[in-house]
Design a protein around this ligand. Structure first.
Ligand code: ASP
Length: 439
């Protein structure tokens, strides 16, 4: 067995958290390759080291004095080093960093130092070899991640290595300058390493015991999701349910490697297993419910539109020309609706309406704002009868008016549009009909 283990910022925020992490790693010798984030928050209004670094760098770029913000960062690491009883010093590293900040080596360089230094600390504490991600995670000259070269380089580098710590979040461009992934990107590094070493599992350790069937802010104590497929996860993540960076799926997916989301503070919990495909029947017909508020429907009416070839294309072209992406397009005989994010649309609404008049000469265009979309996702729906019926009757019983319905052709999800103010009640009603009823 070979595992790649990634630990998030809250798992590494202090010496006591790092001790828990080391215990987890040492309790299973297949946990051979470790990808750390930078130290995160120790308490809710604490500041992540990554954010301290950005602030410090911005101060340097503005020509301000950086002694104070730099000292805050040094203190975070010093506390960790002392708390772990380590006999190492980051003084020389900090001198280089200070110098690079003054020379304005870039915000990516600045942010990456959080993971870099934490990697050095972790490697020293675990007695593992440290591998600078700048040597193995490679971007091309345009700044795009070079997945294939990286894969070869990491595979070669780790081939005969028993253990190693590879910091998350960053890599290097061909000229050696540092480039980071977007925020939360250590998840991606973990996945890249897991693919390269052909790990049996990619364990992503965080501060929750995996994914929940729905948002705990909406439903009290929702049930955990034991197993979910990559595709289901994509659907839920798109609707806002995230436990990790969404791009972290792609590298492991290429090799069919499962991801296990685990909780550093409750290592006894099994967490959520994310897989390509599974025979394991989900406990409930649905795997998860997620949703977002703040959509707007543009309802276009025109008699006989159904016989006008190219009508839909012309309508969507207006949105394209205005740089607005659309979410759904439910249609009737004489009606065509486009659902968009209200925040993207609001500034351009009058231009779009005028554009629609020019493009398709509709009888009317009317707008309906403050809509929410709820995705009910589940691989179990394909085989189950009456899923949509159950959703609709649950919503009817909760006295909720359904504004839109869309079932994806994969039968993996049903999207329901409701008013923003009905969102919570709708999610609860759907959760109850599929989950609570079975408990
Ligand atoms: N430290 C980085 C961030 O805060 C990357 C990560 O933690 O994954 O976004």
């Amino acid at each position: 067995m070979k595992k790649v283990v990634k630990f998030g910022g809250s798992s590494l925020a202090s010496a006591s958290q790092i001790k828990k992490v080391a215990e987890i790693i040492r309790s299973d010798e297949s946990r051979r390759f470790v990808v750390p984030s930078a130290p995160g928050k120790r308490y809710s209004d604490d500041i992540k080291v990554t954010d301290l670094l950005y602030r410090c760098y911005d101060a340097a770029a503005a020509g301000q004095d950086i002694e104070e913000p730099m000292q805050l960062i040094k203190n975070r690491y010093q506390e960790i080093i002392e708390g772990l009883g380590l006999d190492i010093s980051l003084e020389a590293e900090f001198e280089v960093i200070h110098d690079y900040f003054l020379r304005q080596a870039g915000r990516d360089y600045a942010a990456s130092r959080g993971e870099y230094l934490n990697g050095i600390v972790m490697a020293a504490y675990l007695g593992y070899k440290f591998i600078d991600a700048a040597d193995v995670i490679l971007f091309d000259e345009k700044g795009n991640f070079d997945s294939e070269t990286t894969n070869d380089v990491i595979r070669q580098r780790l081939k005969n290595m028993e253990n190693a710590v590879i910091p998350g979040f960053y890599g290097a461009m061909p000229d050696g300058s540092i480039k980071t992934f977007s925020r939360g990107g250590s998840d991606i590094t973990g996945s890249i390493v897991a693919r390269a070493v052909r790990a049996d599992v990619y364990e992503n350790w965080t501060d929750v015991s995996g994914m929940l069937v729905t948002d705990p802010h909406v439903v009290d104590n929702p049930e955990p999701i034991e197993t979910i497929t990559y595709r289901e996860l994509r659907e839920l993540a798109y609707m806002g349910a995230t436990v990790m960076h969404e791009d972290a799926i792609f590298p492991v997916r290429q090799e069919g490697i499962p991801i296990n989301i685990r909780n550093t503070n409750r290592p006894e919990d099994k967490g959520t297993l994310i897989v390509e495909s599974t025979c394991r029947q989900p406990k409930y017909v649905i795997t998860g419910i997620a949703g977002k508020k703040g959509f707007c429907a543009i309802n276009i009416e025109k008699e006989m539109m159904n016989s006008e070839i190219g009508f839909g294309r012309k309508v969507l072209q207006v949105f394209e020309e205005n740089g607005i992406s659309f979410e759904h397009t439910p249609s009737g005989i004489d009606t065509f609706t486009v659902l968009v994010h209200q925040s993207e649309f609001i500034e351009k609404e009058q231009t779009v309406i005028a554009g629609l008049h020019r493009a398709v000469h509709p009888d009317s265009v009317d707008l309906e704002s403050n809509l929410a979309l709820i995705a009910v996702v589940g691989r179990g729906m394909k085989a189950a009868k009456g899923t949509a019926g159950r959703i609709f009757s649950a919503l009817a019983h909760a006295n909720i008016n359904i504004k839109m319905i869309d079932q994806g052709s994969s039968e993996l999800n049903i999207i329901i549009g409701v008013r923003n103010e009905d969102f919570d009640a709708a999610v609860k009603a759907i959760y109850d009909i599929f989950v609570t009823i079975q408990l």
